[in-house]
Design a protein around this ligand. Structure first.
Ligand SMILES: [Zn+2]
Length: 971
């Protein structure tokens, strides 16, 4: 209402009454509601006692380091929306949150916090103790943030990868893989970070833009040709060299072969003019002759063409070291996309090289130490660092030897250590591997059994698993789970068998992984080995943290065969894994590989992925850009709450529901303001519904209550319930498909359009003006009560605090303490009356046309409130108005004319269809056979209901009221 009626009459209206605040006051109210859930054990009871089947969304453990950011919010809130929906649907949705606690970042954090002296005195055990304490601290901090967002789960019993039981299960997974023959030790090139002095997993690499390498073209002089080849070449065999290209000159001291593709064409070319690289003839790929002419600035004339296979067995002299090496056949990975088509091969420094070398029995030469310095095996280059001075020195030596054809900078993708931001190298070391080859086909078959959402995830992980090499699972660090292996002190023989693994697993289950560092070999070995413990040395490697988290199906879901400690109510395979789309390479994959290796199937039935969070302009969030949205500030407010108000967890949750998370999602101050507006609209709608129910008894009238039976409801009310049923159906589907942004849109539409703009707008007169017990008002209240209870249920997975706040403020008793105990909203069959939609749409269109005319009258100043107006409609008697006439006829025929009455629906004082035009028309419009005329209403304004009526002044006791209002007041 736009102004107040006379004070005395205002008190006779039924005005809003509710303690449900317009303002959320989230900073105070949300923690109160969370305390209510905790005190009443709502999550604990529903997750254990619900009648439905268990639902297991298995939490991917965030790393226990650092403050929570919006990426955490997107991830955990999505999970919580899904879990709360499952709980509402009666499933036993136990959620065990987890943390990934081992690994280098925490180890580095601890080391950075130490003084030099402390660092010198550090023992592995004291480092582990500090790392343990640090991880627990971080877990507590992050846990507090998650709980503040209203995330439900077993927060008092989360899983940590540093728990004894978890570590023991992980050793169990490792042991099963050992016994199945999937674990081996080998010298193998791995991604090695000289700056961290450790091997790195694929997932620990990043590829920054702008990396360039010093690439060189080099001629290797041919020493000997196979006889057939010599005859074929004839004159072209004189002063012959093979040309190679490399972007890592520092690997040339490790060169043991040159690889060619057997099926490619190669050309032996004459070098015109001066010899190049000491050669008068060069072998290069035939397809590259032309481009090499300009790259090398050489006159090259093709003399003989031959297949790569014909070059096999040719030998050449290493240009820098006393060594003769062969040309060998590499694979189809050798192409003519760049270089010369002949590939410098160093089995100690590349995976393809290693594989080729194995085929030809080449040594795995690796003349580089863990710091990246060349060793004595590199001859004159010993002591140079491969990332610093080795390249220039080697290039200079090539120049001096006359072998250099060309040097140029080359920009390409190059792997960096994601922690130190320094380049990595390939380096052969003794490592422990999981042989993916041993179960690759099974893994691919398992991928096929899983439902991937979005479907593109399947191709991603499938091609990654198809193409990945063996998994290097050992790390040269202290903060982790040990690889439980012993080496013979003299022979180096490995001791790793069922008895030793079982024994270590038991020790770790009892004492934790620390036992590996606390005890000597005698204390770690089972009999009979303990008796000869002095012969054995325990290993010092720890496991890749991806093996830690990848074992969570065993450590948490109890997936190890024969595991008696299987967690109650948790399913293996899990119903759902849900993480960022980078986890196809990380956790989804490590979990898949370990589960397949042990049990032959994936640890999950469905995998859902989300994108990453960006700012409003689509940029990464970073401190330097100043575009970081801190979820703690968004929820609790900043230092200056005028600039950074406390929006509350529900607004953060609403954001998560609003985005299409299948792609990257934006967040920034503008978006937060819009979300806060939507939040307020929903809240105000709920407040209006609650505020009009303060005197309503929801029991049926037959039982002494106020609720009107569905069959007796006016058309307008039945339409509103039909809309509500439609909303329930569509939102149920949206949640089923995890398409929460559709829920977000449907919710807004329902609150703003169906409720505020239409139903509640028309209902004001019924609710305020009618006498409290008038059926006209009671039927409306019946609808409001039915709608508000369902609205609370539908928003509960997302706006959990507001939903509970609504429930706690229902002004009548309900059976359930919490909205979550009510269960997922349903609509009785009689609500579904789709036949009401088309006529109502006709009338709403008419209403919009009338409103536009009223609005123009108001702008002209000819009219104030719409109740000052009367409307006359004229309908052409042809097809164009047939649907509207039919709709109006239905309205006319309603058994509830005091509600289903077009003048009331248009919020005007009088309405006439047909007949002569009213006098003093203020506005007139025609559209599709319909003419609308607006004129000033006849009579005077009733001081109580503001309708213009002609019977005012006829009642001595209330001379300023209309007959209807007098009847209300005089009962
Ligand atoms: Zn009145």
């Amino acid at each position: 209402m736009t102004a107040s009626p006379a004070p005395a009459y205002k008190d006779t209206l039924n005005l809003l009454q509710t303690p449900f605040n317009m303002r959320a006051n989230a900073k105070v109210r949300e923690p109160q509601l969370q305390a209510f859930w905790a005190d009443n054990r709502i999550y604990e009871r529903l997750s254990r006692e619900n009648p439905g089947a268990p639902f297991t969304l298995h939490d991917g453990p965030p790393y226990a380091n650092g403050a929570l950011h919006v990426g955490h919010a997107l991830n955990k809130i999505l999970k919580d929306i899904i879990n709360k929906t499952a709980l509402l649907q009666g499933r036993k949705a136990v959620f065990v949150p987890g943390w990934d606690c081992h690994g280098l970042p925490i180890e580095l954090k601890v080391l950075q916090g130490l003084s030099n002296t402390e660092r010198k005195e550090l023992t592995p055990m004291s480092l582990r103790e500090k790392a343990h304490a640090y991880a627990l601290e971080q877990v507590e901090l992050q846990k507090g943030g998650f709980r503040r967002w209203g995330i439900w789960g077993d927060w008092d019993a989360p899983y940590l990868t540093l728990h004894k039981s978890y570590e023991a299960a992980q050793i169990g997974v490792f042991g099963r893989m050992v016994l199945a023959g999937h674990i081996y030790r080998g010298l193998k090139p791995v991604h090695w970070s000289p700056s961290s002095r450790t091997a790195l997993a694929e997932a620990e690499l990043e590829y920054p833009d702008g990396h360039t390498s010093p690439s060189v073209y080099v001629a290797f002089p041919v020493v000997e040709l196979p006889e057939a080849l010599g005859q074929k070449l004839g004159e072209a065999a004189g002063d012959l060299a093979v040309a190679i290209w490399t972007t890592t000159p520092w690997t040339l001291p490790a060169n043991l072969a040159v690889s060619v593709n057997g099926s490619l064409d190669y050309a032996v070319c004459r070098v015109e003019g001066e010899p190049a690289g000491g050669a008068r003839h060069l072998v290069v790929a035939a397809e590259l002759v032309e481009s090499l002419r300009s790259t090398l600035d050489l006159g090259l004339t093709e003399m003989v063409r031959l297949k790569g296979a014909e070059l096999e067995g040719l030998t050449y002299r290493h240009p820098l070291l006393e060594r003769t090496c062969p040309v060998v056949l590499g694979g189809d990975t050798i192409t003519t996309e760049s270089g010369t088509g002949l590939v410098h091969t160093a089995p100690g420094h590349g995976v393809d090289d290693f594989n080729t070398g194995r085929k030809y029995g080449l040594a795995v030469l690796c003349p580089v130490d863990e710091a990246g310095n060349l060793t004595a095996e590199a001859g004159p280059f010993a002591g140079l660092n491969v990332l610093k001075d080795a390249n220039p020195a080697i290039i200079a030596a090539l120049q001096e030897a006359g072998a250099l054809l060309k040097e140029q900078r080359y920009a390409h993708r190059y792997p960096y250590d994601w922690r130190t931001k320094k380049p990595t190298i390939f380096r052969a070391t003794e490592q422990w591997f999981a042989s993916v080859e041993g179960f690759r086909e099974q893994a691919l078959a398992a991928i096929d059994q899983v439902e991937w959402l979005p479907a593109s995830g399947r191709n991603r992980i499938e091609s990654m698993v198809r193409e990945r090499g063996d998994w290097c699972i050992s790390r040269q660090r202290t903060w982790g789970v040990p690889i439980p292996v012993f080496y013979h002190r003299e022979t180096g023989e490995v001791l790793l068998n069922e008895a030793t693994i079982r024994h270590i697993q038991q020790l770790i289950a009892e004492h934790g992984a620390d036992v590996w560092w606390q005890r000597d070999e005698a204390g770690l070995l089972p009999e009979p080995y303990a008796a000869e413990a002095s012969q054995w040395r325990k290993g010092t490697d720890t496991m890749d943290v991806w093996f830690d988290s990848g074992s969570s199906w065993a450590g948490v879901l109890g997936g190890l065969p024969g595991d008696q400690a299987r967690a109650e109510q948790l399913e293996y395979p899990a119903d759902l894994y849900l993480e960022g789309s980078d986890q196809h390479r990380g956790w989804f994959q490590s979990s898949l590989l370990t589960s397949v290796a042990v049990n032959g199937h994936a640890p999950y039935k469905r995998v859902l992925t989300h994108g990453f969070t960006l700012d409003e302009k689509g940029r990464k969030m970073s401190k330097s850009l100043g575009n970081v949205v801190d979820p703690a500030v968004l929820v609790e407010g900043g230092k200056n709450e005028k600039q950074e108000p406390a929006y509350g967890a529900d607004v953060l949750r609403l954001w998560v529901s609003s985005v299409d998370y299948s792609a990257d999602v934006p967040l920034g101050p503008g978006i937060v303001k819009q979300l806060a507006d939507v939040y307020r609209k929903v809240r105000n709608t709920a407040r209006y519904l609650l505020g009009n129910l303060h005197d309503f008894d929801p029991r049926p009238q037959a039982e002494g209550g106020d609720a009107v039976a569905h069959a007796e409801l006016p058309l307008l009310d039945r339409w509103m319930l039909q809309r509500t049923a439609t909303l329930i159906d569509s939102v149920s589907g949206d949640f089923e498909r995890f398409e929460f942004y559709r829920f977000f849109q449907a919710l807004q539409n329902f609150c703003v359009v169906d409720l505020s703009n239409v139903y509640l707008d028309i209902a004001k007169d019924r609710l305020y003006v009618s006498s409290a017990g008038d059926p006209r008002r009671r039927s409306c209240q019946t609808v409001l009560a039915l709608v508000v209870e369902r609205l609370a249920g539908l928003i509960a997975p997302v706006l959990c605090h507001m939903a509970e706040d609504i429930w706690q403020n229902l002004p009548y008793p309900v059976a359930e303490e919490s909205v979550f105990e009510r269960g997922w909203p349903t609509a009785p069959a009689e609500w579904r009356q789709p036949q009401l939609e088309a006529p109502m749409a006709q009338i709403l269109e008419l209403r919009a046309l009338v409103n536009r005319q009223l609005e123009s009258c108001r702008k002209d100043g000819g009219l104030g409130a719409s109740l000052e107006a009367q409307v006359q409609l004229e309908l052409a008697a042809d097809e164009s108005t047939a649907p509207l006439r039919e709709a109006l006829a239905q309205l006319e025929a309603s058994s509830q004319p005091r509600v289903d009455n077009l003048a009331d629906w248009l919020l005007v004082s009088a309405l006439r269809i047909g007949g002569p035009a009213p006098e003093g028309v203020l506005a007139e419009a025609s559209e599709g056979g319909l003419t609308v005329r607006i004129a000033r209403a006849e009579g005077e304004k009733c001081e109580r209901c503001w309708h213009y009526e002609t019977d005012i002044g006829q009642h001595a006791s209330h001379p300023t009221l209309c007959g209807r209002c007098v009847a209300v007041l005089e009962g």
